[in-house]
Design a binder for this molecule. Structure first.
Ligand code: ATP
Length: 899
């Protein structure tokens, strides 16, 4: 039968010719056709099918072959210029120069190839972290498996917020809706249910099917997998669910545009130099051609794009190590500019380890002792242990029944499965000696309305052995009291008291139901309930969140708590966390009553928002953005997606977040922890600083070389550095040194300065000034050494060697100026964090010694050995840059900030 299945299984592509298509068959027929059962497949059968059908993933787009990637490195205007230069110099019989140019081009391509590969593999590793999982029944047991392991015939359960893991034929569904825009273009969610559809129904009208990659926006359901991987509808359409992301960000684009502009300008300048040299000074054409090539090579920052890309890739990697998984690369840059973080409370700022601390029942307020989920503790009244009263037991029993969680003990530790709020009620039940399994056995559940954040309640219908029916509802007290029509003032007073201590408060109510009633709907929730009592649950703040909030404060970043919890609870927790403005709280209802203008005024000064729903999050983001803020916003639910998309940095929770939220976010927080957001911001600032440092380092070097060539030609001098020597400096030494900047650790002061202005151009006036200033120092130094050497009777080749070494040593010293934007360059100069910089310096010094003294290098680059005095002179002149730039930093800081 099983082999027959594999052969007979209708190929979805041909299903229209063969049996009726899946959506036109009943659930039982589909299950039978796939040889499945409601108990799911056996592990063995599933493995067999996996081997036959392959993993449930779309065949990825073929990445370009290594050869193509390598050849792509040559696709660059500068390289074209260099290749042309190699050909022309060969034509002129300058074989060595021609070979050196060609060799440098190839070495450069290899470096680019390796760095790009490194960056790409960093991204691949990140993508792998975002794999999807699915809730599937195998061997009669529900289990969570990686979605890739699904096979046709598997029984899968999906619920609101999930991404459908494979094509499913529903067997059951409750208030289920899916959004299928990715397949049908229709952005409104469509209703789903198990009833078969018309044979000719279009994709969007197949209500009994869910398609891989679409989103569940409401309800829950379970179905049998009918197609996986490339066989699914999405696979057949050929759309890739997650497009492969390129290493690209606004800043990289800005730099690429700048690079193109610069290249065009330099080529013009080079042509001008050629013209002036040949016509005005009477240099020969071949001589001037090499000078013009030298100028082009000198001025174009060829290493810069690769360095920027590597800096970003390293940033992404480091963020992932600190639990922030970047889904869209521009986020790395934006993170550094974030000025407000709007965050959920439960589980992000708090530990989400709930413990019932107090109970309000029968006009009394009890205290509960014990910690965590361990069912050990007492019920106290006025500090004295009490036996549980009948009313108290009735309350606890309701909390146990209207509950989907379970507890288990493992190696002496009590652990919760399911919602921590509900698990805490189970621990409480055990403390009053109610056995969850026995109670749940004698009060069978007939139906339920699952908890949804928007409704803020959960209800269950139970029947005992005699058929007696009872409905329990638990949820936000305001909501439950409304259902009970209670006008009793005692409950609201108790609620305020418990919430004021930072406890999350749940109310529980119940009413009887006839034995014949077997299903629940929202209309059943309207009235007739009687309150049984209130539970007060403690959820302590995360210690690291307290520290992270303080760090954000120092870094000029506002932190706003946006929670579904009660205002008083939120306010008390905000106080414990040290949020800046927690004197007043705005609730969802307050926000509804405000116009956008009012909201944008108040949103700035209030830090606690309670009883909010996802629409409020969206309005808040817009209000803050309207005030020029860069907003990071966290979210977990399916309805948080619009707010996450609107935010400058949408952050989805990795653990409790829905797939819908993860799709919408640019970043996923692997540990759901607020402290990780603060780390990511810090890392974002570091990346931005390092990008800036790379630019600050590379551009002046190019400027210095370019001015040297231009000045030489303008004054009718021979070039102090030849074209091939410039090529050596730029492509070998500059890149080696600049690469060290990509690894620079964070500066200590980085989280003590305000966020950078959103949209502030990186290529600022300051940067241009620095480029010009350093370029001029370099020109003076290089020319000075060259002319001095010539003056003292040194031959041209030796004088040039001294000029080259001066320039490279200038770079070495300047690297240490650039390493620190704000703090002293001497800070941590010999610490571990400076290792990469020293390694780069050592490498470059070895290169320079070879360049100067190794015979084959002398043959290639026309270099000559230098005397010890010459080396000392070059070093002394080069060292001046360090002092000059530090003096310049002091002066500009005084001028700009007056400090
Ligand atoms: P955030 O994560 O945004 O800080 P939250 O997770 O605390 O907010 P929700 O989970 O939406 O907010 O909970 C809102 C309210 O719903 C809670 O204050 C509580 O009264 C009620 N509630 C929470 N969990 C349950 C549950 N499992 N059953 C019934 N009611 C619940």
């Amino acid at each position: 039968m099983q082999n027959a299945l594999l052969e007979e299984q209708p190929d979805p592509a041909q299903e229209h010719d063969a049996a009726a298509p899946w959506h036109a068959q009943s659930g039982e027929q589909v299950l039978a056709a796939l040889d499945g059962s409601p108990e799911g497949l056996s592990a063995r059968e599933a493995a067999r099918r996996l081997a036959h059908f392959g993993p449930n993933c779309l065949t990825p787009e073929q990445p370009p072959s290594p050869w193509r990637r390598f050849l792509h490195q040559f696709h660059n205007v500068l390289i074209y210029v260099l290749l042309a230069a190699a050909v022309v110099t060969a034509g002129l019989g300058q074989w060595i120069d021609s070979a050196v140019i060609a060799a440098v081009v190839i070495v450069n391509a290899i470096i680019g190839f390796v760095q790009e590969g490194r960056a790409e593999s960093a991204l691949d590793a990140i993508r792998a972290l975002l794999s999807q999982s699915a809730l599937v029944v195998r061997d009669g047991r529900a289990m969570t498996l990686p979605a890739e392991q699904l096979v046709p015939g598997d029984i899968v359960t999906i619920q609101s917020g999930d991404k459908v893991p494979a094509d499913l034929r529903f067997l059951s569904a409750k208030s289920l809706q899916c959004q299928e825009a990715i397949l049908t273009g229709e952005s409104l969610p469509v209703d789903k249910g198990p009833g078969a559809a018309d044979r000719s129904a279009a994709l969007g009208a197949r209500g009994c099917m869910a398609f891989s990659g679409t989103l569940v926006t409401h309800g829950q359901g379970s179905g049998v997998v009918v197609a996986t991987g490339d066989q699914s509808e999405i696979g057949r359409v050929g759309t890739l669910l997650s497009k492969v992301e390129r290493l690209d960000t606004p800043l990289l684009r800005q730099m690429a545009a700048f690079g193109r502009w610069l290249t065009a300008a330099i080529l013009l300048l080079a042509a001008g130099t050629f013209a002036v040299g040949t016509m005005v000074y009477g240099f020969t054409a071949p001589e001037m051609f090499l000078a013009a090539v030298g100028l082009a090579v000198a001025a174009i920052p060829e290493g810069l794009p690769a360095i920027l890309t590597v800096t970003l890739a390293i940033g992404v990697e480091r963020m992932a190590r600190r639990n922030a998984i970047i889904r869209r690369l521009p986020a790395v840059e934006t993170l550094g500019a974030v000025s407000v973080i709007c965050t959920d409370k439960t589980g992000t700022l708090t530990r989400n380890e709930m413990t019932v601390r107090s109970l309000a029942v029968g006009g009394l307020l009890y205290e509960v002792t014990g910690s965590g989920y361990r069912p050990q503790g007492d019920i106290l009244l006025d500090g004295r242990p009490q036996a549980a009263s009948a009313e108290l037991r009735a309350l606890v029993l309701g909390g146990l029944l209207c509950n989907d969680a379970s507890l288990h003990e493992s190696e002496g530790e009590w652990l919760a499965d399911g919602d921590p709020t509900e698990a805490a009620l189970l621990t409480l039940a055990r403390k009053v000696v109610l056995d969850p399994i026995a109670v749940r056995g004698s009060w069978q559940r007939s139906d339920e309305i699952p908890f949804e954040s928007e409704q803020r309640y959960m209800a269950t219908l139970h029947h005992d052995q005699e058929g007696l029916g009872r409905i329990y509802v638990k949820g936000a007290p305001e909501r439950i009291l409304e259902m009970c029509g209670s006008t009793d003032n005692v409950w609201p007073a108790r609620l305020e008291e418990m919430a004021g201590r930072g406890e999350r408060v749940l109310a529980l109510a119940a009413k009887d139901a006839p034995a014949s009633k077997r299903s629940l709907c929202e209309a059943d929730m309207e009235d007739g309930f009687a309150v049984l009592g209130l539970f007060g649950l403690a959820d302590p703040p995360r210690e690291e969140a307290v520290q992270a909030i303080a760090e954000c404060k120092a870094a000029g970043i506002g932190v706003k708590m946006i929670t579904g919890d009660h205002g008083a609870t939120a306010q008390a927790i905000a106080g414990q966390l040290g949020l800046a403005n927690c004197a007043s709280v705005l609730t969802g209802a307050d926000l509804d009553a405000m116009t956008s203008e009012e909201l944008s005024l108040r949103a700035r000064e209030v830090d606690v928002f309670a009883r909010t729903s996802p629409e409020h999050k969206l309005r808040l983001v817009q209000a803050l953005q309207g005030r020029g803020q860069m907003v990071a916003m966290t979210g977990d639910g399916v309805n948080d997606a619009p707010a996450l998309k609107q935010a400058d940095v949408g952050i989805a929770m990795g653990r409790k977040g829905s797939e819908a939220a993860k799709e919408a976010g640019v970043m996923v927080l692997a540990d759901d922890n607020f402290a990780s957001i603060a780390h990511a911001v810090e890392e974002g600032r570091r990346v931005y600083d390092n990008l800036k440092k790379a630019i600050l380092f590379i551009l002046p070097t190019n400027g210095g070389e370019a001015f040297t060539v231009v000045a030489a030609v303008a004054f009718g001098q021979v070039l102090p550095i030849t074209a091939v020597q410039i090529l050596w400096i730029n492509m070998i030494t500059t890149v080696t040194l600049a690469l060290a900047l990509a690894f620079e650790p964070v500066e200590t002061a980085v989280m003590q300065r305000p966020p950078r202005r959103a949209g502030a151009a990186l290529l600022s006036g300051f940067l241009l000034w620095r480029v010009v200033f350093v370029s001029l120092v370099l020109v003076l130094g290089v020319f000075g050494v060259f002319l001095w050497s010539r003056h003292t009777g040194t031959d041209l080749a030796t004088a040039r060697t001294a000029a080259v070494n001066t320039l490279v040593l200038f770079e070495v010293f300047y690297l240490f100026n650039v390493r620190k934007l704000e703090s002293s360059p001497l800070e941590g100069l010999f610490s571990r964090s400076a290792r990469v910089a020293w390694l780069a310096v050592a490498t470059v010094l070895v290169f320079q010694v070879l360049f100067t003294h190794a015979p084959f290098m002398q043959w290639l680059f026309q270099s000559r050995p230098l005397s010890a005095e010459s080396w000392a002179l070059c070093t002394a002149i080069a060292a001046s840059i360090f002092l000059l730039v530090e003096a310049e930093k002091l002066i500009t800081r005084r001028l700009l900030h007056g400090d």
